[in-house]
Design a binder for this molecule. Structure first.
Ligand code: FAD
Length: 281
């Protein structure tokens, strides 16, 4: 299985300021880290590759310093990784970001499975994965808890215990469990496909010191707009971004706050009484 995990480098702190004029995060001088949600999708990729055979590659779009994020994934076990970095891509909103990633995926080769995190800790939209799948014209599932190859030995065993007949032997498909409105839905998805993993679904591995040493001299590949099939600059960066930040402002502070710090039962009674009084329950 050839797997691609999309990862993003995010600020390592939540004290990031926003430029009030452009509405863009001020990233200069701010420490960075791998988006914590991407660690779960990466780990899913590693586990699938170990179980069924295959390799995990990583892709990120960001400034040149995002090479550090790719290097970290290599130290965890990725077979290779690429950064899409180009000044002409700056200021991209979700549409332009997912379009750029789709172009990058097309240039990087064929993949059976693309993995994304649930969301990022900075942009936080959770839209890049589904939009990337749409640009590539492949199916996707979000909020994924578990994934395995349909028709594997494990599956055959379980099929005897109730799985539907056409699930047997359906190689080339993944059996995916995902959260849907408080229920867990089990579905078959034909590869190539894209999955957005939920957080906390596994225990992400740490970068290995041995691999860190081994890849120290390795050059991280950089893709620019010139490597894309679509080189029309208008489709990328700010000009490819229909979203415009009109105004940025802190939320209004709520006055009249009351704090109950007495014993739990007493506080619960007071809150209950207050909610009834305001006809909220
Ligand atoms: C008008 C506008 C201007 C913006 N300008 C800038 C700017 O100048 N600089 C800037 O950094 N941001 C900018 N942003 C934010 C930027 O659009 C988002 O950070 C970006 O689209 C990713 O969305 P997200 O962080 O919400 O990802 P989500 O959709 O929450 O991420 C879900 C998953 O998608 C994958 N993913 C997301 N982003 C990437 C990536 N870059 N590379 C690889 N995989 C990824 C990861 O697997 C991640 O877990 C701008 C946003 C808007 C609306």
């Amino acid at each position: 299985m050839k797997i691609l995990a999309c990862v993003k480098q995010v600020p390592g702190t939540n004290k990031v300021e926003i430029d009030p004029v452009t509405g863009v995060l001020k990233r200069d001088g701010v420490s960075s880290k791998l988006n914590p949600y991407d660690l779960y999708s990466l780990e899913t990729g590693f586990q699938l590759a170990e179980k069924y055979g295959g390799e995990v590659y990583t892709l990120t779009m960001g400034p040149n310093q995002a090479k550090t994020a790719i290097r970290e994934t290599l130290a965890m076990g990725a077979a290779g990784g690429v950064v899409i970095s180009d000044r002409r891509l700056a200021g991209a909103d979700v549409l332009a970001t997912s379009y750029t990633l789709a172009q990058g995926v097309r240039s990087a080769g064929d993949f059976d499975l693309i993995l994304c995190g649930k969301q990022t800790t900075d942009g936080d939209t959770a839209q890049v994965g589904p939009e990337l799948a749409e640009h590539l014209g492949i199916p996707h599932v979000t909020n994924v808890l578990e994934v395995r190859l349909a028709g594997g030995a494990e599956e055959e065993e379980e099929a005897g215990a109730g799985a539907s007949g056409d699930m047997r032997g359906s190689y080339g498909k993944l059996l995916v469990r995902a959260l849907r409105d408080g229920l867990i839905v089990e579905q078959l998805v034909a590869m190539p496909c894209l999955l957005c993993m939920e957080d906390g679904v596994n225990t992400p591995r740490l970068p290995s010191y041995r691999r860190q040493k081994a890849i120290r001299e390795e050059q991280i590949g950089v893709m620019t707009l010139d490597d894309m099939k679509d080189r029309n600059e208008k489709a990328y960066g700010l000009s490819g971004s229909p979203t415009q930040v009109v105004r940025m402002f802190p939320p209004q502070k709520r006055e009249g706050k009351e704090i109950y710090d007495g014993p739990e039962e007493e506080s619960a009674d007071r809150i209950f009484g207050l909610l009834r009084e305001r006809k909220m329950i």
